[in-house]
Structure formats: C-alpha cells, structure tokens
Design a protein around this ligand. Sequence first.
Ligand SMILES: [Zn+2]
Ligand SMILES: [Zn+2]
Length: 106
Amino acid sequence: MEERTCFFCGRNGNGDPLERHHVFGGAYRKKSDKYGAVVWLCGNKCHREGPQSMHKNVYNNRFLKRIFQRRIMEREHWDMDRWIQEFGKNYYPLIPGEEGYGEEEE
Ligand SMILES: [Zn+2]
Ligand SMILES: [Zn+2]
C-alpha cells in the first residue's frame, strides 16, 4: 500500500494532517480532478498557512503548476495551444521576483 505523504516536503501528516490541494483551482478545479492534478499537503505548513504554503507563496504555487502542466501535457500528448485551451494559460514563464525574470529576451 502506498503511504500518503506531503507532495511538497514529504512528511506523513503527523501533527499537521494532510489535506488535498487542487493544483489548478477555481474554474479548473474539476479538470484538476479529471487529470490527476490533486496533491496531498501538510494542512497548515504546506497547504494554507505557512509562508511557503501553496496558498500563500506565489512562487511555490507556480512551481507546482509547472510540474503538473508538464506532466499532463506529456501524458496527454498536448501541444501548448491545446494546454491553454484546456487550462487557460501557460505557467512556464517566470513571474516578477523570480530568479532570472526579465533576462530571457536578451
Ligand atoms: Zn489548496
Ligand atoms: Zn508538507
């Protein structure tokens, strides 16, 4: 049997019970279910409240979305147009504050 662990830090939920997190929320919540983009996270530390948590830290949130964008595109054999059609946007580009942001064009 597969042991359930936090996707982000690998802990098993002792003292901070694991919670399910939809990698692509809002309008894409159902598609996250459909395509398996749902992970377990330490409820407090990694999911909702901690400074590194997916709902507080835009960089970690973006990092997770990239992992699953790549996974789903590869598994479904989608090109970028198809991805955007299904999930609304490309999450690969760097965002302000990220290392390397703004250096790509040069
Ligand atoms: Zn969540
Ligand atoms: Zn965790």
